[in-house]
Design a protein. Sequence first.
Length: 270
Amino acid sequence: MTDTVSRPPTTTATGVDGVRAAAVLVTAIAQCVVGGLGGSGRAGEPIGVVSAAFSTPIVPAPGAFAIWGLIYLGVLVVAVRQALPSQWARPEHRATGWWLVGAAVANAGWIVLFSQRLVGWAEVAIVALLVCLAAVLARLAPGERGPAPVADRWTLHGPLALYAGWVSVATVVGTAATGRWTGLPGDGAVAVVLALVVLLVTGLVAAVVANAAPAPVAYAAGGLWALGGIVVAGRGTAVTVAAVVAAVLVVAAVARRLRGAEEPLAVSFG
């Protein structure tokens, strides 16, 4: 994971490139299979059942989780394209490949752990997933390289930004479930106040990331889908208003980015 987009690329593919490409493809397929098994309850309890058992004011409506189908499709598109021999030596894939492997392992681990009601350990896994995706976005950030090619926007930046946007909010939802798992209240005044604080902080952080990340619209779409799911769940007026405010912060950041009023943060890895 030492190669970065900012370093001059080696145009000749190596055996290490082939191993990395194969690892990304295999783990991408594996996480999709595990996701299908975990979501259906064929391996452990269904994710929805466990989530309901540790419900909090910020759990999205069940329909919001349908986005995983699109996320998994995007992950497969990314994995298949980078596995083409002509893509092996590209600096974008060298900079992000092993982080994508880490993300796949963390996601599969989260599903397995959560379906077994090991909620605390599952939270560790989803935080690891978020860290891996954050590293990927940082390594794909435009910096001084200018806009990405159209093919990269649709088959690399976009799918991974959507994934990261959803996971940004899902991690917070998981943190709330972990609190419930440890004995914190899942309803009442204390739970609502904590939910409000968490949602507003999440909106602020997501807005900052949307202003800096590649494919800001895709990142925002993932986060807004999750926040919209919280609104649809209708866990109280205060929570709904906080989720809407968080969504407005994200939309405003993306609008400003698209207007060019503020340059994206340049990220360099030497």
